[in-house]
Design a protein around this ligand. Structure first.
Ligand SMILES: Nc1ncnc2c1ncn2[C@@H]1O[C@H](COP(=O)(O)OP(=O)(O)O)[C@@H](O)[C@H]1O
Ligand SMILES: [Mg+2]
Length: 182
């Protein structure tokens, strides 16, 4: 029987560096001998929830779908890196209770001014209230996370350092994470 995996739930404002952290940490986890999957918000939304918008209710529904799949993968030994804005605390708590103990919430706490200056997708340039998607940080709030295990500031630490800190955190929980314990 494979031992269980782990879910790392990476949350933060648009352009806080979620995708970058998942893509940087992923190969490092793989190198430790773990199967790794990345569930990236932008990608999975098109596949899992094409009918959903960006209202609070729709975002919560989408997060529930992602957490369910993450749990299924983790049950079979996969280290799942979820990269999703997850602006509402209710969604984070729901994900945690869906997944159970083997769950690490990582908040990329990057000042909104820095996120806005990165603006790789032009989201912050859109005037508030533009038709279509409601944008977190423009139209909608990002609620401050209440119980993240790890807080990383991507305006201070480059992606490689953030990835190292994440792996060090996971290794520090080695009693529950045998492969990372080596
Ligand atoms: N730790 C970091 N330090 C500096 N720049 C970063 C860091 N992480 C991400 N970036 C840059 O910020 C921009 C947005 O990153 P991205 O990972 O796409 O954010 P998100 O997935 O949260 O929207 C990219 O140009 C990326 O290179
Ligand atoms: Mg992204």
């Amino acid at each position: 029987m494979p031992s269980e995996g782990w879910v790392v739930w990476i949350e933060g404002l648009p352009c806080s560096g979620k995708t970058t952290l998942a893509r940087t940490a992923g190969p490092r986890l793989s190198a430790l001998g773990r199967p790794v999957e990345v569930l990236d918000g932008d990608e999975v939304r098109k596949l899992f929830s094409p009918e959903l918008g960006f209202s609070r209710k729709d975002r919560e529904t989408h997060a529930r779908r992602v957490s369910y799949v993450a749990r299924m993968l983790a049950r079979h030994g996969v280290y799942v890196l979820v990269a999703m804005i997850t602006p509402y605390e209710t969604s984070r708590q729901a994900a945690r209770s869906t997944v159970g103990d083997r769950f690490t919430e990582v908040w990329l706490r990057c000042p909104i001014e820095v996120c806005r200056s990165r603006d790789t997708k032009g989201l912050y340039r859109r005037p508030a209230g533009t038709a279509g998607a409601r944008v977190t940080g423009v139209d909608d709030p990002f609620e401050e996370p209440l119980a993240p295990e790890l807080v990383l500031d991507t305006s201070v630490d480059p992606a490689t350092v953030c990835a190292e800190k994440l792996l060090a955190y996971l290794a520090g929980h080695a009693t529950q994470s045998p492969v990372l314990a080596k």
